[in-house]
Design a protein around this ligand. Sequence first.
Ligand code: ATP
Length: 214
Amino acid sequence: MAKREHIALFGGTFDPVHIGHLRSAIEVREALAADELCLLPNHQPPLRGAPGADSRQRLAMVEAAVAPEPGLNVDARELRRDEPSYTVDTLRELRGELGAGPALTVVIGSDAFNNLHHWQQWRELFSLAHLLVLKRPGHPLSADDAVRDEVAPRRLAGPSQFAMAASGGFYVMELIQLPISATDIRRRVAEGKSIRYLVPEAVAECIDQQDLYR
Ligand code: ATP
């Protein structure tokens, strides 16, 4: 069985997964020297009238996107449930599977971090995992005061330090900046424009074949 001493988890809607996500995933895995980086597609209730892909289609696109990348995987557990999952519950489940020893790192973009205080039992996250925040173009860090107070004493000197403990660390990482968003990609498809080089070819093929986002 593959070594699982350090797992990174990158959650999102991935509607669709794009090269902003994938480039970030590769750089994070390298910076952490993690054994695995799992993309974790979130359950999303279908919005009436909004053109989006369903869970099965989003999962198929994420699977196609990571297939050629060693070390990138998909964790589909949240899609198997019928309702949205809280991150804290997913982490508890994963921690139960991994045991107490391995490092577990949750990766989120700065836009998601600025909302962290709205997450269910968000403080609990640090007893289960580390938190790595990716600076995202157009989303300067502006976390709630309670979040800032919580993360200040947890801040590590660099991403390589995450491996020294199982959980509880915090770091903000600057990556190559790719101002690409799924919203923009859906809009381009709806307008009949090309999305070439914004998503992997296999993802563009899924969108085309299933006539998504029109
Ligand atoms: P949408 O435009 O529909 O909100 P999105 O492009 O932000 O979608 P999500 O699936 O919501 O994609 O993002 C999942 C995670 O990836 C979030 O933590 C988000 O901050 C991060 N992320 C999304 N796009 C980028 C990017 N271009 N660079 C770095 N991180 C990104």
